[in-house]
Design a protein around this ligand. Sequence first.
Ligand code: NAP
Length: 220
Amino acid sequence: MKSRKIGIMGGTFNPIHYAHLLLAESAREQFGLDRVIFIPTGCSYLKQNDNIPSGDIRYQLVKLAIADNPYFTCSRIEIDREGNTYTIDTLKDLEKMYPGDELYFIMGADSLMMMDKWKDAQDIFNKCVILAAVRDDNELPDLDKRRIELTDKFKADIRFVQFKRMDISSTDIRNRLASGRSVKYMLPDDCVEFACLKNLYSTNFIDHKDDEDIKVYRKE
Ligand code: NAP
């Protein structure tokens, strides 16, 4: 059987927004991916001090955001895994779930700068192709230098995704929501309603623990 190309769009998604979606769709189209799996992080050891909504809530928001794209799915494997989230563990799980298929990890190119410090970086580069989106063409020379360094050191396969720059960030969305400003056109309407409805990112942040909570709050 012909191997499939599986895109992995990992992220804290706090919250998911249009740049995440466009990045995944651009990668899918340019590299002929058969599907893209969005994987919200579980416990992010680098963001432990951030006030991050539960995995269930971020998963629910991702599901709303990707609902109209038949190539996109969302997985709970990281939020259901105990302990800190590491990409290498996710790749091992996906290898078991999709034997013989090719894995493509999609990310912003900024992550290339630190990726060699990620847990078991060599194994990560062995197991997947990296698809990195360049936000600013002026950064391309530095990023290409970095690509070559990682290729030489880890035999990494890193390819750049052509990506229309979108100045949307989760941080900006959170700040806007906290100060009551509009986030319309930054993320799908269904997500806007969901986030505003429950004041997810207001100063009175409430951490909803599970899907049952979500169902209750969505009815209000
Ligand atoms: P995030 O903040 O939600 O962002 C998700 C991805 O979207 C990132 O690659 C980010 O790239 C990109 N992105 C966000 N806004 C963008 C924009 N306007 N234009 C283009 N790209 C944009 O998630 P994250 O916390 O960075 O985590 C990303 C993934 O890396 C997750 O799967 C996480 O588990 C993994 N990770 C793994 C380790 C490890 O295994 N040790 C360590 C750190 C992260 P930028 O990075 O360029 O912002």
